[in-house]
Design a binder for this molecule. Sequence first.
Ligand code: HEM
Length: 174
Amino acid sequence: MDYVEQRMAQEAAKPAVAADSSSSLLTPLNLLILGLFLYTAYSFFKPQPPAALPKEEPAVVFTTFTPRTLLPYNGENNAPVYLAVRGRVFDVTRGRNFYGPGGPYANFAGRDASRGLACGSFDEDMLTKDLDGPLDTLSDLGRDELEALQGWEDRFSEKYLVVGKLVPVGEEDK
Ligand code: HEM
């Protein structure tokens, strides 16, 4: 038998060896690679949870208030603090130290603060007495007072959100 015949005989004998060697595929290294492959495939096809939306500030609901419905927003029992200036209702809750119970400007909480701010006064008389009556028109105020009021309004507009408008009782739907 020459060399070529010898090789052919060897080749012919191979399938039995190959069939035999299939069990030798299960080496620890192959199992590791298979494991990694399956894990990668699983991670790729795994259902993803929906992307979380960024947290949004709660939407501001614009509401109509009358002096009476504004009154509960005086910060008591941890309620939000609102006050009105010339018909605009500001949410001044972040200024709770100023307007909340015991604060230096608590008299304005839940009220139309226009006249008090214009006149720089904390007098009871500055606040609308009849909560179901007409709003304070401020028509008797002078230039300096109106200027002072404008100053406060500008400051509030920069610092606080407007959450509604103040109207007299009977004009809620307008
Ligand atoms: C003795 C007189 C007063 C003193 C010493 C005083 C002192 C102060 C101080 C230190 C602040 C804080 C300022 C800041 O950090 O932004 C403030 C804010 C304020 N004051 Fe006075 N104040 C006086 C009189 C008045 C008067 C007469 C009024 C109106 C009637 C008034 C209404 C306010 C208001 C509305 C704020 C703004 C609070 C906010 O930013 O929401 N204050 N005051």
